[in-house]
Structure formats: C-alpha cells, structure tokens
Design a protein around this ligand. Structure first.
Ligand code: AMP
Ligand code: ZN
Length: 468
C-alpha cells in the first residue's frame, strides 16, 4: 500500500509503527457554523481511508478534534447573545447531522480543545522549559520559531524565504515575526482558563499537538487535512510536538486538494460556498459522497450542477442494480447457477484485485469507483431477464457489489424502511405506556402513528392497524 507523503513529496510504502495497527489524526472543524461542501472533502476522503485500512485488516484508531474555542466562535456567540460553549455545542450537533448524512462514521475519539486544557498547558510549559517558547508581559506565550531546526520542512519553504516575507507589526510583543502564539491572554468578555501565565486560552495549533499526543502517543502513523493546513498549521504542529517530545511527530502526512467552484477554492471568506445542507437538499447526501470519491483526493475538484447531476445519475444506476438483485434474491430461479452467472462470478477475483490495486496506489478512489461501475455493468448484463437469473447467482452478485461499496461507504441511504416492524414496535411502546398509566406518552404515540397515516383499532385479538 503506497501513500503520497507530503513531507517527502513521494509515494512511500505504508509501514505502520506497530504491526496491524494504525494511529491517525485529522484536523477537524472549527465549530461556529454549518460545514460547506469544501469542508466535506477531507471528511469523506479520510473516512474512506479509514475504511480501506480496516478492510486491509488494520485496527485503526482515528482521532478527529473539534476546535471549540476560537475567535470566530467568540464572535458568533457575541452576535447571537449566547456563550461560545453554546455555539460550539450547537455546531458539533450540526456537524454530526451532516457527517451521518454523508455516511461518515464517527471517529474513534472526537476530542475538544476545551476538554484538554490541562494537556495543552502542560505542553506549553514543556516548550518553555526547553527554551522553545517564552511568555511575555501581557500573559501571551509564543513559540520561538527560529530555534526549531526543521521549521519549513513540510511546506518545503526555506527559513530564509519565510523570514524575508515576515514583518514585525507595530506594538508587537514577539521576539521575531515568525513566532506564533501558543497561549493568548484573556481579553474582557472572552472565555478564559487559568494558567501559569494568567487567564487565557490556547492558540489554534497547540491543541492538535496536545490532543494527538494524549490520544495517540508521541509519534503517529498518519496525520491528514486539507492542503491549506500544511502551512502554517501543520508546520507549527511539527515544531511544537517535535520540540516537546524530542522525536518524530508523524510518519505520513496526507493532504487533500481543494474543492473549487469556477476554479477558485470554495471558502467561507470568498463567499463562494454551498453548505453541505444545501447541496444535500438538492442532490442528496450520498450523491455528494460519490461525487467526492470520483476524483483522486490530491487533485483539484470542481463543483458544478452538471457534475453533481452526473453523480446522482451514477448513484441511481448503482441503486437500481442493487434493487434488482435484491428482487432476484427473493424471486429468481431456485436452481443452480446458470452459465452467465458462473462466468461473471469467475471474473470477481479480477475486479477485487483491480479495486485493491487502485486503493493501494495512494487511495485512488477515482479508479476504484470505475472498477465498481464496470462490475455493475457486468452484473446487470449477466442477470438480465433473458438469462433467467437464479437466486443464488443474484446473491453472489449482490455480495460482490456490497464488498466494494462497503469500503467506499456507498449504498447506505436508500434502505427501504420496514413499515410493519416500525409500526409494531410503536404499538408495543404504546401498550407499555398504557400499562404504566403513562397516558400522555400513549396519546403521543397514537398521534405520531396518525401523522404517519396509521389508524389503530382495539379488538378482542389485541390492537390492529391499517393504513388510512
Ligand atoms: P476550515 O473551516 O477552513 O478550517 O476548514 C476545515 C477543513 O476543511 C480543513 O481540513 C480544510 O483544509 C478543509 N477545506 C476547507 N475548504 C476546502 C476546500 N475548498 N476544498 C477542500 N478542503 C477544504
Ligand atoms: Zn490540526
């Protein structure tokens, strides 16, 4: 399995620190508003990366943080007249709504900056003790960038270039313009935590170093994020973690390319964005997922109505193939496999190999998706009505499709709900509520059923229901 490492700018064979285990960290969202489709790109891609590693029998510990204290959150809180914690909690819930819609599994751990203050403060303190950081009079603490030997190694910028571009601002309290804040002293009305340097809050970069260290250890296998995070965020994370721990921070750095709109990065600041919520309302969440997987994660990807429409059509084809096979599993011939089925099943190993080869080649989901759709075409023609498909043949084809869609995280959204089971469960809940003399709850369930168009009738045989 090869991964393009942004540090070496080469594809490298993946060798985990501990055999059979992968520790990966992704920089998560700052929770102050709904995520846009650009933000969804890393979220979807790193979910597939994790699924593929699991398919390859690795035990994956995946940490994705929430930045829940930050200028933008504070601004939002002031605008809405609520606390920044309330803003963060609200948008964490909104994040999970979108992530679930997109078929993105929750990470193993979703730590929050505000729940890791002790670890953050301890790391800042270590950096001061080691001479890599200094507090200033106003209570801020800065990282002494020039002291860290490898600064610029990830973004491939010589320190001289960085220095020539940096200017010290009037009234700046830093020793050097390249120094960055580890701790910011509290301003009136801002959330603050006690620290050895007075009340304040952490800078953005330190939280990822502290949380990665806490949950995954000093050296991790994979760290990922969008390519805009390479500098300064990831460069600063390296400077912090490697200076504090005196060892390599990350073995493989992975960065996704931008989602563009009219060839410009989709972003909040440019205002050229669609929220995931808006795009999902127009095309469906799963269409967005398939659209993202149809390009290699490092290439730029353009967002347009036409491309989303195409993705939606492709998804329809995938669902109709699966639905047709499901129907045949129930209603196909009882007998042994026919010739067309035997032939197509014989090709499955080849599809599997090509799928794995695509994913092993730096997670080329674009090629993997092509293999899936070739498989769909082959299966469709092998199980066409003229061939008198069998139940056994349909089941084998359906299993093969599921094998690949499970890795990509597709075919999850259009499951037909089994109405009978759901109604029976609600009736049972209502009976239990009545037995407990909880009339309000019993009435609530009856009303809910009514809203679903279900009418209840009490009979000697028990409660019966019908659609009205
Ligand atoms: P932000 O909200 O800008 O902090 O971004 C959160 C995550 O989304 C980071 O990993 C960014 O790199 C990523 N991101 C933001 N905009 C885009 C975009 N247009 N295309 C791809 N990734 C993006
Ligand atoms: Zn980070």
């Amino acid at each position: 399995m090869k991964i393009f490492n942004s540090m070496s700018r080469q594809k490298e064979e993946f060798v985990p620190i501990e055999p059979g285990k992968v520790r990966m960290y992704a920089c998560g969202p700052t929770v102050y508003n709904l995520i846009h489709v650009g933000n969804a790109r890393p979220i979807i891609l790193f979910d597939v990366l994790r699924r593929y590693l699991e398919y390859r029998d690795y035990q994956v510990t995946f940490v994705q943080n929430f930045t829940d204290v930050d200028d933008k959150i504070i601004k939002r809180a002031n605008e809405e007249g609520i606390t920044s914690q309330e803003v963060a909690e609200k948008y964490i819930q909104e994040y999970f709504t979108d992530a679930e819609g997109l078929g993105v599994r929750a990470a193993t751990i979703h730590p929050k900056a505000t729940e890791n203050m002790e670890q953050i403060i301890a790391m800042v303190q270590t950096l001061i003790e080691r001479g890599y950081a200094y507090p200033v009079e106003n209570g801020d603490v800065y990282y002494r960038t020039l002291k860290f030997q490898g600064y610029g190694k990830l973004s491939h910028q010589p320190i001289e270039d960085l220095q020539s571009g940096a200017r010290i601002a009037v009234g700046d309290v830093k020793e050097n313009p390249l120094d960055f804040a580890l701790w910011k002293s509290a301003k009136p009305g801002e959330p603050a935590w006690d620290s050895p340097w007075g009340p304040g809050r952490p800078g953005w970069h330190i939280e990822c170093s502290a949380m990665s260290n806490r949950y995954l250890g000093k050296t991790i296998d994979i760290h990922c994020g969008g390519e805009d995070l390479q500098f300064p965020h990831h460069e600063n994370e390296i400077a912090q973690s490697e200076a504090a721990n005196n060892c390599e921070f990350v073995h493989y750095w992975m960065h996704n390319g931008f989602l563009n709109i009219d060839n410009r990065k989709m972003s909040k600041s440019l205002g050229n964005f669609f929220t995931v919520r808006e795009a999902a309302a127009a095309y469906g969440y799963e269409t967005i997922r398939l659209f993202m997987l149809s390009a290699h994660y490092r290439t730029p990807l353009n967002y347009s109505a036409e491309i989303l429409q195409q993705a939606q059509n492709s998804l329809d084809r995938l669902y109709s193939a699966a639905d047709n096979l499901k129907y045949l599993v129930e209603n196909g011939g009882e007998g042994a496999l026919n010739q067309a089925e035997t032939d197509v099943i014989a090709t499955f190993g080849g599809y599997r190999e090509r799928f794995d080869a695509a994913m092993d080649d730096d997670f080329n989901t674009a090629n993997a998706v092509s293999v899936l759709f070739e498989l769909v075409r082959a299966v469709n023609s092998a199980t066409a009505a003229d061939n008198q498909p069998t139940r056994a043949g349909a089941q084998a084809c359906l299993d093969m499709i599921h094998e690949l869609t499970k890795v990509l995280g597709l075919l999850y959204s259009r499951q037909e709900e089994n109405l009978d089971d759901k109604v029976e469960q609600m009736i049972a809940d209502r009976q239990a509520a009545r037995a407990a003399k909880n009339w309000a709850e019993a009435d609530r369930i009856r009303d809910e059923l009514k809203a679903m168009g279900i009418e209840l009738k009490d009979t000697k045989q028990g409660v019966q229901w019908k659609k009205c």
